[in-house]
Design a protein around this ligand. Sequence first.
Ligand code: GLU
Length: 380
Amino acid sequence: MVRKDIRKDIVARAQRVVLKLGSYVLTTPSWKLDRKVFSDVVHSISELRQQRLEFVLVSSGAIASGMGKLGLRERPRSISQEQATAAIGQISLMGLYDRLFGKFGLHVAQILLTHSDLRDRKRFLNARHTLMSVLKYGAVPIINENDSTVVEEIKFGDNDYLSSLVTNLVQADLLIILTDIDGCYDKDPRTFSDAKLIPLIKSIDSDIEQFALGTKSKIARGGMATKIKAAKTAARFGVPTIIANGKTPGNLKRIFSGDPVGTLILSEENKFASRKHWIAFTLKAQGRIYVDDGAKAAMVQKATSLLATGIVAVQGEFDAGESVSCCDRQGREFARGLASFSSDDIEKIKGLKTAQVREVLGVDSGSEVINRDDMVILST
Ligand code: GLU
């Protein structure tokens, strides 16, 4: 049962909020930084901080703002030009945040991340400590992907995904995604005039994911699909998400008054602890391990480790310690985990009992290919 005042409860309980601002929200149609939006958001944050709320921003707009400065209409085609555009835009973006927050006596802190900063557990924890220290200084962390140096292998890809990982990184209790439409609709509102805003999503099912597909934009890397995916990821960390229009003045304050603004997506009751969430969502699977029905049942129902004997096939190349996806015989992914052996070794020991594994590998390393503590069950 979802109580009627669920929104009020959620915003009243929130203490640390990840606020994601999209490129279209922050810029005008000619890709200039939209000062009205910046002033409104900064003013609202400085007021909401009086209620002991902490904000961690994930701000897009570097590439868009760089385009505005360079007078470009289209996003540059070459990677180096796009990266240069981001470098030119990022500094204006931060300059404006710095000036506006400065009027309220607040410092801002720029944190530019790539996926490699978070996929290593030590670096992930290090980034967490840095962000906590920024918050302790009373400053406002502003995170973006490091677009100027990032290459395909270490890309987050879009800031919606990044913002959902940041909820775990800073242990937030609410994610707000401000975009240029009012929330999640049952159909694309740009095509269908009878599209209806969905005020509350209790749980993201495949219908909702279907509604959200196909709203890609030229500048922002997301669309509604990436927002719904981000909300789903945050939900597994026990964090609800509100998707709302950032162009509407006062919306951020309205959200914290408990007003029915945008779409609220509730969190999952059975949430993952931070490390398990990191394994499931921050890491990218480097390969696939196919298991038999008995192994799947034991992992899902009894939370056991995955033994070599239950493995039928392995795909991809990975080292011991890397993230892999566990699939059943039908090829459906049902778990993720850190492999204790490389893909080459798993190829040699698949289907074997512990004593045989010892003979084949020549070392007594057991036959647990994924230890239960390094494993996350995603679906049953
Ligand atoms: N990092 C990009 C930028 O600041 C935006 C990525 C996104 O929109 O998801 O321009």
